[in-house]
Write a protein that binds this ligand. Structure first.
Ligand SMILES: Cc1cc2nc3c(=O)[nH]c(=O)nc-3n(C[C@H](O)[C@H](O)[C@H](O)COP(=O)(O)OP(=O)(O)OC[C@H]3O[C@@H](n4cnc5c(N)ncnc54)[C@H](O)[C@@H]3O)c2cc1C
Ligand code: FES
Ligand code: FES
Length: 400
């Protein structure tokens, strides 16, 4: 346990330089490549379930992980202790060359299986939207991991599926150098060699994190030499802190702020972590409107909208479809797992993917201070930065 974590440390820095767990790699350092993917597990008291999410350690503030369990590639298996089936299959399907991206792919697949032990191929592909590999061309990785999927295509043993010469396998052949004849393998791997995946054999969520109900709900303060990290436990407490420290910055997923601090040398002396505040993490359906808490993550919004459109008899029409379509293309899974809707709106980027959908659907942003105030999102059309400057308050929820 780290007693007083430095608010300026990322989770990746802590893993590699303090714990010397160097399996998690740093490549881009800005949330774009997935080499630093780890699994974050949290106990959700409202549903009584454990929520597992792949996240990018390179832009995750260490302080934001308080009360959650982090699993790295070392934690699930090793050559010495025995490989996890995910690690074994990427190796045996030749899905690794330089190996720099491999721990990230492994942890994205592991996170997917922890939530869904029999994913579809589409779900598997979506889980890798945030993982890049510059060596393999992806096919070998996908072929190996497809063997975990329920609807496995005929090519899941690594065979091309009969697209070679004369309708045969593309690898069906031999090399004859005049002296000897070498048969070419007609499959990438032999799936019968793979260990069976048994979800029950996976690491158990630490009971102390589940039993200690206050752990994630308590107010916290971590003091560094230049930065103070505050974690309020309610909206009221957040508004009071905002009034006390008008120049403080709210932190949601840190996918914008983290980049500003790391690459644009910004220093924010007071950071307020808002992602664990109950009032800001709710989604409600009110008549034909969605009420979305400002700290709702994009992946949670995506799941909620998918469930709503498939389970409800009522048609929610084009707004929901447009939102889902946009969220599908929004960054990768690791970013969507932490990035919040408010973070996107408040950044007011001219290339934001969400703001056009919100504006077109007539969304209203409720901004709150201790006095309260409302702003219509269409005002962003005039001058995004002006609206941001004028209303530097705390967004409590967004209506679409
Ligand atoms: C690799 C990568 C890919 C990305 N891809 C996309 C993409 O495809 N499309 C796109 O539009 N964006 C993209 N982004 C940008 C970013 O992920 C989004 O803007 C995201 O929604 C920001 O949310 P956040 O919670 O991480 O914000 P943070 O970084 O936590 O905060 C951003 C800003 O919002 C403020 N803020 C956050 N919450 C509140 C609140 N409740 N009240 C008041 N202020 C608040 C913060 O103080 C800060 O100024 C990407 C970023 C990265 C790193
Ligand atoms: S190092 Fe590239 S996403 Fe973290
Ligand atoms: S194996 Fe080299 S980057 Fe993927």
């Amino acid at each position: 346990m780290q007693k007083n974590p430095n608010p300026e440390w990322t989770l990746l820095y802590f893993l590699r330089f303090k714990l010397r767990l160097c399996g998690t790699k740093e490549a881009c350092g800005e949330g774009g490549c997935g080499a630093c993917t780890v699994l974050q597990a949290k106990f959700d008291e409202s549903t009584g379930k454990i929520v597992n999410a792949a996240i990018n350690a390179c832009i995750t503030p260490l302080c934001s992980t308080h009360g959650s369990a982090i699993i790295t590639t070392e934690g699930i298996g090793s050559v010495k202790a025995g490989l996890h089936p995910v690690q074994e299959r990427i190796a045996k399907s030749h899905g690794t060359q330089c190996g720099f991206c491999t721990p990230g792919f492994v942890m994205s697949m592991y996170a997917l299986l922890r939530n869904n032990p029999e994913p579809t191929e589409q779900e598997m592909e979506d889980a890798f939207q945030g993982n890049l590999c510059r060596c393999t061309g992806y096919r070998t990785i996908m072929e190996g991991f497809k063997t975990f999927c329920k609807e496995t295509a005929p090519s899941a043993n690594g065979c091309c599926g009969g697209k070679g010469k004369n309708g045969g396998c593309c690898m069906d052949g031999f090399i004859n150098d005049g002296e000897s004849r070498t048969e070419l393998a007609d499959t990438l791997f032999d799936p019968s060699e793979f260990k069976k995946y048994d979800p029950k054999a996976d690491i158990i969520f630490p009971s102390e994190l589940q039993l200690n109900k206050n752990l994630r709900k308590q107010s916290l303060k971590f003091q560094g030499s230049d930065v103070t990290w505050l974690k309020p436990s309610s909206l009221e407490e957040l508004l009071k802190i905002k009034q006390q420290h008008p120049n403080s910055k709210c932190v949601g997923g840190n996918t914008e702020l983290g980049i500003e601090v790391k690459f644009k040398q910004q220093l924010y002396p007071v950071l307020i972590y808002i992602s664990e505040i109950d009032e800001l993490t709710q989604i409600q359906v009110c008549d034909n409107r969605l009420k979305i808490g400002s700290a709702v993550t994009l992946s949670r919004l995506q799941t909620f909208c998918k469930d709503l459109s498939s389970n409800s008899k009522r048609s929610y029409g084009t707004v929901l479809e447009a939102l889902l379509e946009m969220l599908h293309w929004f960054a990768g899974q690791q970013i969507r797992n932490v990035a919040t809707i408010a973070g996107n709106i408040i950044t007011a980027s001219p290339i934001s993917d969400l703001i056009p959908v919100l504006m077109a659907s007539g969304a209203v942003v409720n901004l709150r201070s201790l006095k309260g105030q409302t702003l219509y999102l269409y005002k962003y059309r005039i001058e995004p930065k002006l609206a941001l400057y004028k209303f530097r308050l705390v967004a409590s929820h967004t209506n679409t």
